[in-house]
Design a protein around this ligand. Structure first.
Ligand SMILES: Cc1ncc(COP(=O)(O)O)c(C=O)c1O
Length: 477
């Protein structure tokens, strides 16, 4: 596709400003350009077409199935966008007097109350801007909690080997050593391994449940008891909350700190770097460590509370990604308690339906009942020289977004599929047909997969070059 600079033709206009009706003002020469800016010259219609065509090169959850494991790419109701764009939400400023933004503060307060209820926790901050940011904030709280008790020896965070990379990263960024424990042959944390890992150095454990294999950690109460017994705290990575929301509460499972990925579980468009929101909730004994300010209700008024004496400080400007908070709250209100419970049931049902079908085509290493996602492997196609990456790139030619690959790292050539509750049986069946077709192609013509994708706006990209050598600006030859 041509760049907007390439379709530009000298003299074309998209906008004609009204005739000037004020006296001209002569700038001093230091402020006057020597040369006019090199802006593209095109008509209004061409601008609209250019950007519309550009947007159509993107793959999106609104254009096709997006079974990206661990990312919960569900349908985002358009109503949420409408609500977030209401002027009372979109045209206010964080420096406004709180008296004039009581509605927005009520929304933040009520969203916090809903998330506390869903999670069974006691206090909350809406500040963190993503799941990983929530992790960082939660682990900073755990660190400060131990120091506040005068315990400086706890310098280790335990994570299972199935953990998402952000878990060890947020622990390390808080100065902790990361202790990795091996999962058992059912893909779960082995309490016996955990017992060997805990001790006077344990500050806490980070866990997502269901874990990244889509398996519910059935011995979670025992796990929490072991960590607590050693003096550590339990951190819940909320990326997989979509599987259990409305069914069980994190507080009841023994977690002390938890983050929510509002942009996953509570339906905000995400991907490509944002916007996200990763509130964290804590048990009451950690409430004083939360970032400031939090929102309180005093009588009929909502106020910002800066009174936390042990606060870890602020982790983001102002109060969080406000438009995401609005969308999440709209979603929660529309769904209601029953709807939220039904959503997680449907997410689990869809994943199990798909797993049952896919396990007849590809290897599924952990084939117990899954939660909202499952991991399959293309290892059996290895003798054709086909890798998981080739397999999922070929899906793009059939109009499907590739599932997550090579994560969790404990399964070889894995693809991680999360269908979500918003997909129909028709879409799931079509996915199965396509997987079947690609397995056949791998057998008959493996090069078709190795060179895939064939029909996308750009072919296979270098995985890392865009990050290492970004080209962010057009330069005239
Ligand atoms: C299991 C798990 N934990 C944490 C995260 C980090 O969340 P975020 O992308 O919102 O920073 C992810 C993201 O995919 C995840 O899958």
């Amino acid at each position: 596709m041509e760049l907007i600079f390439e379709i530009s033709k000298s003299g074309r206009r998209g906008f004609i400003p009204p005739k000037m009706d004020v006296k001209p003002y002569k700038l001093t020469s230091e402020y006057v350009r020597k040369n006019p800016p090199k802006l593209p010259e095109i008509t209004e219609g061409e601008v609209v077409r250019h950007y519309t065509n550009l947007s159509r090169l993107n793959y999106a959850v609104d254009t096709g199935f997006y079974p990206l494991g661990s990312c919960t790419m569900k349908y985002n109701p358009k109503l949420n966008e409408k609500v977030a764009s209401l002027s009372g939400f979109s045209e206010i400023h964080p420096y406004q007097n709180p008296e004039t933004v009581q509605g927005a503060m009520e929304l933040m307060y009520e969203l916090g109350e809903s998330l506390k209820k869903i999670s069974g926790m006691d206090a909350i901050t809406l500040q963190p801007a993503a799941g990983a940011h929530g992790e960082y904030t939660g682990i900073a709280i755990i660190r400060k909690y131990h120091r506040d008790r005068g315990d400086f020896s706890r310098d280790e965070i335990i994570v299972p080997d199935s953990a998402h990379g952000t878990n060890p990263a947020s622990s390390a960024m808080n100065g902790f050593k990361v202790v990795v424990i091996k999962s058992n042959d059912r893909g779960m944390v082995d309490p016996e391994e955990l017992k060997k890992a805990v001790g006077p150095h344990t500050a806490g454990m980070m866990l997502t449940n269901p874990n990244t294999l889509g398996i519910f950690e059935e011995r979670i109460l025992e796990i929490s008891r072991i960590v607590h017994g050693a003096g550590g705290l339990m951190y819940y990575d909320g990326a997989n909350l979509n599987a259990i929301m409305g069914q069980i509460r994190l507080g009841d499972l023994g977690f002390d700190v938890a983050h929510f990925n509002l942009h996953k579980t509570f339906s905000t468009p995400h991907g490509m770097g944002g916007p996200g929101s990763g509130p964290i909730a804590v048990k009451s004994f950690l409430a004083d460590f939360l970032p400031v300010p939090t929102v309180l209700k005093k009588g009929e008024k909502y106020v910002f509370d800066f009174s936390h004496e042990k606060t870890i400080g602020k982790v983001r400007s102002f109060y969080g990604n406000f438009s995401v908070l609005v969308k999440a709250y709209a979603y929660i209100l529309v769904m209601g308690e029953e709807g939220i419970k039904r959503a997680s049931s449907m997410a689990v049902l869809n994943a199990n339906y798909l797993k049952a079908k896919i396990s007849k085509i590809l290897k599924v290493p952990y084939n117990d009942r899954c939660m909202h996602e499952f991991v399959a492997s293309t290892i059996n196609l290895q003798d054709k020289g086909v890798k998981a990456l080739d397999f999922v790139k070929r899906m793009l030619d059939y109009g499907i977004h590739p599932p997550t690959v090579y994560f969790p790292p404990i399964v070889h050539e894995d693809i991680m599929v999360e269908p979500t509750e918003t997909e129909s049986k028709y879409t799931l069946d079509r996915f199965v047909e396509i997987v079947e077709k690609i397995v056949k192609e791998a057998d008959e013509n493996p090069d078709l997969l190795k060179d895939a994708p064939h029909d996308t706006p750009v072919r296979r990209l270098n995985d890392t070059q865009a990050a290492r050598h970004p080209v962010l600006r057009w330069k005239e030859n």
